[in-house]
Write a protein that binds this ligand. Structure first.
Ligand code: NAD
Ligand code: AHE
Ligand code: ZN
Length: 375
């Protein structure tokens, strides 16, 4: 198949919010600096649903969504040396070129090399898509487009992993689990004995709890409006639960009262701007740090009294938990193989690519953390 167009099945989002359609999609061969990957397993993340909803300013249609996956390299374009056909890989929506201003700064995991292309659904080389249906181009998504049996990614966005790792599990390290762990370890740098609050107990929030437990937090307070989340959350390290609907006081006040003045670290893992405010304001005066992980739609804005920051609270955000993707995803896979981090526990459902619409329905139901699709 090397050098040839591959026709395969992919779930195409033709329009916002309209059911995805399994189509025969033509996938062009990888060009210079590109890698064509056979995707074996992909999970769904809340961000896929967000873009599908039409609220993402970077969401272009028709497109192939999906960004939490694992597969095997089918072929590589000119000049690609770091991966070869047959390598097991995780496509990463945060690239890592190791050469750009961002990569060399030592201050961020963001990479500038291909971001202008991935934000508009094309490949960097010729600013075109490698996907088409009967000659009509279909946009890429986040540089990954994993709801397809074959995808093309930039080489700087492909993490090579241990061939012994189970791809139906480690696909989760392409987004949600890694993001939550990294938000704690890299962005907040939670220390031993800290009091932590986690807003939203989906996969990202539970991974925050897991990361906080590993960091030695003394209390991990889980906040969710769905009390069904509380039972399972205990297994990820959450020590106390608060349902905002059980209280008349604003949730920030409830947490301040519970913690003798506020938490050391809080994490917003929902994407709700009023909760982001509460997450900042429940932080302790003088040092409390709040990390925004959730993604909010275009037009949404955060606000608080500047006095909150003047008096020492710190507001931060994180993309992919601050992890350098190509370097650290293989390391996360190794940690999973050594049983130092959970992954299997986040998988509540398994379906096939053909059942992707049911999988999206599940995502909106309380009982689903991650649904892994066999592609
Ligand atoms: P999810 O839908 O599984 O989890 C969200 C949780 O928040 C649910 O348990 C829900 O009941 C709860 N919730 C909703 N409204 C609430 C409220 N007002 N108060 C308290 N709890 C509330 O989602 P997920 O897949 O875990 O993703 C969480 C967020 O993180 C999404 O916005 C997603 O887009 C974002 N995300 C960001 C990054 C990043 O790199 N920054 C990476 C992955 C996901
Ligand atoms: N296109 C969206 C931005 C969404 C966003 O912030 N994405 C996160 C990853 S979410 C993964 O589930 C991210 O990494 N952002 C940094 C980046 O470079 O995109 C919008 O709202 O505009
Ligand atoms: Zn995601």
């Amino acid at each position: 198949t090397q050098g040839q167009v591959i026709t395969c099945k992919a779930a195409v989002a033709w329009e916002p919010n309209k059911p995805l359609v399994i189509e025969d999609v033509q996938v062009a061969p990888p060009q210079a600096g590109e890698v064509r990957i056979k995707i074996l397993f992909t999970a769904l993340c809340h961000t896929d649903a967000y873009t599908w909803s039409g609220k993402d300013p970077e969401g272009l249609f028709p497109c192939i969504l999906g960004h939490e996956a694992a597969g095997i390299v089918e072929s590589v374009g000119e000049g690609v040396t770091e991966v070869l056909p047959g390598d097991h890989v995780i496509p990463c929506y945060q690239a890592e070129c190791r050469e750009c201003k961002f990569c060399k700064s030592g201050k961020t995991n963001l990479c500038g090399k291909v971001r202008t292309a991935t934000g508009v659904g094309v490949m960097m080389n010729d600013r075109k898509s490698r996907f088409s249906v009967n000659g009509k181009p279909i946009y890429h998504f986040m540089g990954t487009s994993t709801f397809s049996q074959y995808t093309v990614a930039h080489d700087v966005s492909v993490a090579k992993i241990d061939t012994k790792a189970p791809l139906d599990k480690v696909c989760l390290l392409g987004c949600g689990v890694s993001t939550g762990l990294g938000a704690v370890w890299n962005t907040a740098k939670v220390e031993l004995g800290s009091i932590v609050a986690v807003f939203g107990l989906g996969t990202v929030g539970l991974a925050v709890a897991e990361g906080a437990k590993a960091a030695g937090a003394s209390r991990i307070i889980g906040v969710d409006i769905d009390s069904k989340k509380f039972g399972p959350a205990k297994n990820f390290g959450v020590t106390e639960f608060v349902n905002p609907n059980d209280h008349d006081k604003p949730i920030q006040q409830v947490l301040v009262d519970l913690t003798d003045g506020g938490v050391d670290y809080s994490f917003e893992c929902i994407g709700n701007v009023s909760v982001m405010r509460a997450a900042l304001e429940c932080c302790h005066k003088g040092w409390g740090t709040s990390v925004i992980v959730g993604v909010a739609a275009s037009g949404q804005e955060i606000s608080t009294r500047p006095f909150q920051l003047v008096t020492g609270r710190v507001w931060k955000g994180t993309a992919f938990g601050g992890f350098k993707s190509r370097t650290q995803v293989p390391w996360l896979v190794e940690k999973y193989m050594k049983k130092e981090i959970k992954v299997d526990e986040y998988i509540t459902h398994n379906l096939t690519l053909g059942e992707i619409n049911e999988a999206f329905d599940l995502l909106h139901e309380g009982g689903c953390l991650r649904c892994v699709l066999k592609v």
